[in-house]
Design a protein around this ligand. Structure first.
Ligand SMILES: Cc1cc2nc3c(=O)[nH]c(=O)nc-3n(C[C@H](O)[C@H](O)[C@H](O)COP(=O)(O)OP(=O)(O)OC[C@H]3O[C@@H](n4cnc5c(N)ncnc54)[C@H](O)[C@@H]3O)c2cc1C
Ligand code: SF4
Ligand code: SF4
Length: 410
């Protein structure tokens, strides 16, 4: 049961049918037509939105803004002590708790696990700091977070924080001026390779079989920056790390990832006030403080957080080129060039030591995502290339020989 005096789950309207949609919740609001102006998958305008939210668009000449969007500072960070049950050290949860503890907001909109399926996200309104304990950790899938905006306003909440993934945050920012809020803080996480919770369960079954357990025994899963997936188990057995190369990815159907998640163009949540991820964190967390509100959110953590300068090592060009070659083959229906089984453990051992690390790992992942978006959209919905691919994405893929065709320019 999710409803307590700290956490509520209002009943939500049915989603309107939409092509290319991650059900962010806008189609369930009273004015479902606003999808036309809010949706990341229709005609996003990142430069205008970045300017509206941060006071300026990303500066392609400033180090790393082409990849990660506008930011004031970037940090490696860890909460000390970490929050038990959090996905990493719990920075996202702690920021939200501090906002509620200090009455800086009336409510936080975020996701809790479904009581019947801990991997399924359920949108919730949290009004007391202790309610955030129910929300920590990652669920796989997407759920209509923004459908909570109307019930939250109806309950009289005018100062809100939202924790969301990029496709939710884009729509939130597009509608922000119409919401009548006094205050809005946006805590964003990066997001990539998401799929529906149903499909994720299929992957979980395959992984569980590989490590000889039941899927129900896997309580935690994360793709780490050291090229391993970490698994934790409900029965208390020791956590296990599997090299990416040994995952059962080739056994997944070609449409395992929906077209939305293969073609979205904002990996790092560029419209959040603060992005809380792990990609550039080398085993810790990775923060991008993007504007003055992001600084306020950092200040709320005080000395509960240890911060360090980000570092960078290795070279991304080779791995991204290899990824492009495999993406082209897969999109063309050809089997992936598979590494011989005897080589996998060796390469799995080498990658964390010689592959791109720290910020170079994050840049590599952002470039891979950009490459993937172009290859899949061009193949499956070419008419959308012109409106859906923003100019900075073309800059990201240029070194790999991908260029806009005549009718693909924004
Ligand atoms: C599908 C998905 C893919 C991700 N991929 C990456 C990635 O490639 N690189 C990277 O750096 N980071 C990624 N993240 C973010 C990362 O997993 C952590 O959430 C982030 O680092 C914050 O860690 P934390 O310990 O501070 O979070 P916590 O304190 O544990 O808080 C996590 C917050 O995220 C919310 N949340 C959980 N699941 C969902 C969901 N499905 N949709 C929306 N909100 C949710 C929770 O409600 C909670 O408020 C991804 C997150 C998701 C949901
Ligand atoms: S993702 Fe959101 S804005 Fe886009 S079509 Fe779906 S409900 Fe509408
Ligand atoms: S991968 Fe992209 S489209 Fe899919 S849920 Fe994440 S942000 Fe949304």
């Amino acid at each position: 049961m999710l409803n307590t005096n700290a956490v509520t789950t209002p009943p939500l309207a049915i989603a309107a049918p939409r092509d290319l949609c991650t059900d962010c919740g806008v189609s369930r609001t009273a004015d479902a037509k606003r999808c036309g102006q809010a949706c990341q998958f229709i005609k996003p305008d990142y430069a205008a939105m970045e300017t509206r939210v941060h006071g300026r668009a990303r500066d392609l000449l400033r180090p790393d803004e082409m990849h990660f969007g506008p930011f004031r500072r970037m940090l490696r960070a860890s909460l000390a002590p970490p929050i038990a049950g959090a996905q990493w050290t719990g920075i996202a949860t702690r920021i939200a708790e501090r906002l509620l503890e200090t009455n800086a907001v009336d409510a936080v909109l975020t996701m809790a696990p479904d009581p019947d399926d801990a991997w399924r996200p359920v949108p919730v309104i949290v009004t007391k700091a202790e309610g955030m304990a129910q929300c920590r950790g990652m669920r796989m899938g997407y759920a209509p977070l923004l459908a909570l905006l109307e019930p939250a306003r109806a309950a009289g909440y005018k100062k809100l924080a939202v924790i969301g993934i990029p496709c939710q945050v884009y729509a939130l920012r597009a509608l922000e001026a119409q919401l009548g809020l006094e205050k809005l803080y946006v805590i964003g996480t990066p997001c990539s390779d998401n799929t529906t919770t149903e499909r994720f369960h299929h992957f979980l079954e395959l992984v569980a079989a590989q490590v000889r357990t039941d899927a129900a025994n896997i309580s935690y899963l994360e793709f780490r920056a050291d090229y391993h997936v970490e698994l934790r188990f409900a029965d208390g057995r020791k956590a296990q790390a599997i090299p990416f190369l040994q995952l059962p990815i080739s056994q997944l159907p070609p449409d395992f990832f929906p077209l939305t998640c293969r073609t979205c163009v904002d990996y790092t949540n560029v419209l959040a006030d603060i992005t809380v991820g792990y990609m550039g964190g080398e085993g810790g967390q990775w923060l991008l403080v993007r504007n003055e509100r992001g600084e306020q959110l950092m200040n709320l953590l005080g000395n509960e957080v240890n911060t360090f300068e980000p570092r960078s090592a290795g070279k991304r060009r080779g791995p991204v080129k290899g990824f492009l070659a495999n993406t082209l083959r897969a999109a063309g229906g050809l089997p992936l060039r598979r590494m011989p089984d005897w080589l996998r453990p060796i390469v799995g051992w080498l990658m964390p030591r010689v592959g791109p690390r720290g910020l170079e790992f994050a840049r590599a992942r952002v470039e891979m995502k950009a490459v993937e978006s172009i290859v899949h959209l061009r193949r499956e919905q070419p008419a959308r290339m012109k409106s859906m691919v923003p100019p900075h994405v073309w800059h990201l893929v240029e070194p790999y020989g991908l260029k806009p065709e005549e009718d693909e320019h924004a």
